[in-house]
Design a protein around this ligand. Structure first.
Ligand code: TRP
Length: 334
């Protein structure tokens, strides 16, 4: 029997290169060999976007199209919408008893997000809701509702998987062996740097290249990317290791071209403008098949809807079975 994979994404914006080279690569690789549930986590997205339902709704569709356009096969992957599986909400309530408030406040991912919010909104944390603090519990429900064994994620999600494992152990120790302890599955490329040289590419950091960026936007972003500040003139030798243009050449250009670029840059035989132009071309070539698939799905919205409906149906069946086991273990199977 195939092992089960579960992962989720918050529909709050389009996917970028960080997603693609991070967990996204693994999704594509793993889809052949596992029973794969891919959750569009609208309920989780609402925990800090409850006042912006339109944004979440729009991005459910956007992110589904992004995922299809990177090569996920809807015959192999069950795409589903979190809010359409009430069992997840139900499990969240039961798991809430198994987690202390102090433990949630110590969760490093939650802590970082709270710190970011404080910085952004300048408040003292008063606006942190019960729902937001508790989203790791809901994420534990996401995973265990499907008996997820492997969870392909980026390394920022490790504390959430650990929290899920703790909940599973606690549940099993109190109610008897029922749930599986999931394992995180990390990709080899841990992080993709941002256009500004930041270690992490992120939407909120304003330094991302999105999969749905147009050719014009790619041009603008690449032309503005950080290069070696010591290179003033076109024929000054430079250090490619501190240049974001060279960094992205590595991601999207051929090995051969990358070697040439590196050599020429160090020798002062290549100007930055030329190098950026070549990157724009390589980036557009790289994004071409993704753009084509996106275009197809954008013009076939009924197909996207059907993919979500079918995946959600399968997910619902699986979660219902699991819920029965949980309720029986908890002696609430009246
Ligand atoms: N927390 C993840 C994010 O921020 C999304 C997510 C929701 C998730 N449910 C999940 C990831 C279950 C892995 C497993 O993008």
């Amino acid at each position: 029997m195939k092992k089960t994979i579960l992962t989720g994404l918050r529909p709050t914006g389009n996917l970028h290169l960080g997603h693609l080279f991070g967990a996204g690569q693994n999704y594509v690789k793993l889809q052949d060999d596992y029973e794969f549930y891919l959750e569009i986590a609208d309920v989780q997205a609402l925990t800090d976007n409850f006042n912006n339902p339109e944004k979440v709704r729009k991005n459910v569709k956007e992110i589904t199209i992004d995922l299809l356009s990177i090569g996920l096969d809807p015959q192999k992957v069950n795409f589903f919408i979190q809010s359409k599986i009430p069992e997840i909400a139900e499990l969240t309530v039961y798991y809430s008893n198994l987690v202390t408030v102090a433990r949630l406040q110590r969760n490093p991912t939650v802590k970082t997000e709270i710190a970011q919010k404080k910085e952004l909104f300048g408040n003292d944390g008063e606006s942190i809701t019960y729902g937001f603090l508790g989203y790791p519990v809901s994420q534990a429900a996401d995973i265990t509702a499907f008996n997820g064994e492997l969870v392909p994620v980026g390394d920022d999600q490790l504390p959430l998987i650990e929290q899920c494992r703790e909940i599973v152990r606690k549940f099993n120790s109190i109610y008897g062996q029922t749930l599986k302890e999931p394992q995180a599955f990390l990709s080899e490329t841990k992080r993709v740097k941002g256009l500004d040289g930041n270690e992490k590419m992120g939407k909120s950091l304003g330094n991302a290249i999105f999969l749905n960026d147009s050719e014009d936007i790619i041009k603008e972003k690449v032309m503005g990317a950080i290069t070696d500040p010591n290179k003033i003139k076109k024929d000054d030798p430079a250090n490619p290791d501190i240049c974001m243009v060279y960094y992205y050449h590595n991601l999207v250009n051929s090995k051969e071209s990358v070697n040439t670029i590196c050599k020429e840059c160090k020798q002062g035989a290549r100007g930055c403008v030329q190098c950026k132009k070549e990157l724009i071309e390589a980036m557009n070539n790289f994004l071409k098949p993704i753009r084509e698939k996106r275009k197809y799905y954008e013009s076939h919205p009924e197909e996207v809807k059907e993919i979500l409906d079918n995946g959600t149906k399968k997910a619902k069946q699986k979660a219902e079975e699991q819920m029965k086991k949980v309720k029986s273990a908890m002696k609430i199977d009246y």
